[in-house]
Design a protein around this ligand. Structure first.
Ligand code: GAF
Length: 416
């Protein structure tokens, strides 16, 4: 609504430059119940798309120009679809970071032989930026939906007879993320945004890309997201480093198995930490450098945790499922080393509040937010505990939000 209202204030040029349609497109951010950093290890994740979106409101142009106004950054950006994908890198350097995601998505769509039209749009949204709820994936998926809308539906996104399935769209958006930002992300965020459904969590196998929905609608439990207020620019280099360490650990363990078990033909197909069993890891971990032991140990255990949480949720044991979140946090903090003081403080505070079933840092790490599964009657107590202790222990202000599972990308077309 905000984007629609603002559109005439930012784009009021000669009506002749416009064609129909006029409309809005949006896509959600996500939370991840468990399965952090498992995506690029071929493992499992268990996210929900949430009721926070990135949204475009705008109008198709008669040329190949895309002009954007970001309400968050109070800034314009402009690029041309002509010359893509070849002109991607040159154009990327001339526009601000947030607009690079929109350019990146256009580039991937054009590479997939999809014809796009220029448009003018206001971008707005309520996914906290850089806050661990995938604001960039929401922007990418909303961009893909916006291109579909403003290109007069020259292509479509959806399950039945659409040009792109939700997961194909997620894959294109993941590439856009990597090329726009240099973060060699997995598919978690974009897949969650594309596949979202109300009252459902999504169990995704990031290797086969098979997924299924799990009912996630305990009326007595809230998903509470607490934002540390911390944003770290350098997080992407640490992220890419973790990814390399996981690849190195995989290679080393594979070599060890092949050397010691020449008859183990299955070991030849080990491609990622996902393929290494907890038993194999126990057997060979002593021969790995300490740092790789930690990284691989965390991933292999986290992958198991996803499957445990799924079983518990299916059995209606949300209290037990919550307990596994604490373990996930400990692994991210001590073994994978992607937490930070503020995230640890928020998890510690939550641990002391009766009725908090589980909490952990969420997303890439080094800042952003925690996810907390909280009995409804304990939400106020958690909020008060954060108010009382977080600032005193970190010097910062935290913000608390309750999220619900929500639908994937969508659009609306207005009458002219
Ligand atoms: C970031 C990445 F973009 C995801 O692909 C995922 O790896 C996540 O960190 C950690 O689980 O959000």
């Amino acid at each position: 609504k905000e984007a629609i209202e603002q559109f005439p204030h930012h784009f009021h040029e000669d009506a002749a430059s416009y064609a129909s349609p006029l409309g809005a497109a949006w896509a959600p951010g996500r939370v991840n119940l468990i399965g952090e950093h498992t995506d690029y290890n071929g493992g499992y994740v268990l996210p929900l798309a949430v009721d926070r979106v990135s949204a475009f409101a705008g109008r198709t142009r008669n040329d190949q120009t895309v002009r954007l106004w970001s309400t968050h950054f109070n800034a314009y950006a402009q690029f041309s679809l002509a010359g893509l994908p070849e002109s991607f890198e040159e154009q990327r350097e001339k526009i601000p970071g947030w607009a690079r995601y929109v350019l990146g998505v256009a580039t991937e769509l054009i590479k997939a032989n999809i014809t796009l039209k220029g448009f003018d749009a206001v971008i707005t949204g309520d996914v906290p930026l850089g806050g661990g709820m995938s604001s960039s994936a929401a922007l990418e998926v909303a961009s893909a939906q916006a291109y579909a809308l403003f290109s007069n539906h020259s292509f479509s996104i959806g399950e039945d007879n659409a040009t792109l399935t939700p997961l194909e769209t997620a894959g294109l958006c993941q590439k856009a993320e990597q090329n726009a930002s240099g973060l060699m992300s997995g598919i978690l965020d974009q897949a969650a945004s594309c596949l979202g459904q109300p009252r459902k969590a999504i169990l995704l196998d990031c290797r086969s890309l098979e997924y299924r929905y799990l009912p996630f609608e305990d009326p007595g439990v809230s998903v509470v997201v607490i934002d540390t207020g911390v944003r770290r620019e350098l997080a992407s280099s640490a992220y890419n480093e973790r990814r390399k360490q996981c690849e190195e650990a995989t290679q080393r363990i594979r070599t060890l198995i092949l050397e010691n078990e020449p008859d183990n033909t299955e070991a030849r197909s080990i491609k990622a930490l996902r393929d290494i069993t907890p038993e194999q890891f126990e057997q060979y971990k002593g021969q790995l450098p300490q740092i790789l032991q930690q990284r691989a140990g965390y991933i292999i255990a986290e992958n198991e945790r996803v499957l445990q949480v799924v079983k518990l949720l299916e059995a209606g044991k949300i209290e037990e499922a919550g307990k596994i979140l604490w373990l996930g946090h400990a692994g991210l903090r001590d073994e994978y080393e992607v937490s930070c003081k503020e995230l640890d403080v928020l998890v510690d505070i939550a641990r002391d509040v009766p009725g908090v079933l589980g909490a952990r840092m969420m997303g890439g790490g080094f800042g952003g937010c925690t996810i907390n599964l909280v009995r409804n009657e304990a939400v106020d107590a958690l909020s008060q505990a954060v108010e009382r202790h977080y600032q005193e222990r970190t010097g910062r202000q935290a913000s608390i939000d309750i999220c619900r599972a929500a639908a994937g990308p969508s659009y609306v077309l207005f009458e002219n």
